[in-house]
Design a binder for this molecule. Sequence first.
Ligand code: ZN
Length: 307
Amino acid sequence: MRFRRSAVALAALALAASPASLLAQSPDSVTAYTAAECPPCAEWNAPQRPFRIHGNTWYVGTGGLSAILITSPRGHVLIDGGLPESAPLIADNIRALGFRLDDVKLIANSHAHYDHAGGIAMLQRWSGAEVAALPWSAAVMRTGLTLPEDPQQAVALPYPAVARVREIAPGDTLRVGPLAVVAHRTAGHTPSGTTWSWRSCEDGTCADIVYADSQTPVSADEFLFTRSAAYPDGIRDFEQGFALLERLSCDILLTPHPGFTQLFERLTSREGGAADAFMKPPACDELVASSRARLARRIADEQKRGG
Ligand SMILES: [Zn+2]
């Protein structure tokens, strides 16, 4: 997401907010972004009741930002932490389902922007969980400040630094008790966007679930995917990610912004009796087709801008 209107103020905020001051932010007094800093944040952070997606996979995020809990008797995995101000809502949702926060043993992330990683520092402190990420994401999360390779660097908001982040590699399988989640590098939106996949079973029906990172070529105004010196591999990364997503077994597709896959419409449909509502399209094929078209439009637009 981009917030052109306040880009100057945000750049100043990013400079003023040293890693040390962000680390010092108390996890018990979560500060929300102001409406000027982040116009859509209040709407993204609207409360959302948690619900089961399939088997041991649950939605514990807010009305506009996903957080996914995968549970086992020997510990849980949480993927994404929303905004800093989402952390208390996510924690409440986990408890409302009857799970304990300190049974969350691993926190993973789609990409290291403030709207998906902003709450991770607090959720880690409250749960004691390990945080694991690909190296570029880990570097950003350790400070809460994004880096020059980020297409949105000029407009990305700072967020509380994550104290401990373990670096993983693309293709790694992370385990908590009987749970196994696989990290797939699907970059482009950021240089280490990460898609997560796992299998959940319910009443004898097993589903391969894919939490696909954002595939959108969104950037600050000055950034060009076709001519960036800081991130010259963006387009190749998108294409490799699309090819990877096409190869994944993808019974249920989830995305960091739940509206992207009509998650709540599907929930309504399931509650109306459609047991397989979350298994209906759009799944990975549709996501790749729409993302390829969007990237092609973006490249054409950049070519029109000339050099
Ligand atoms: Zn993003």
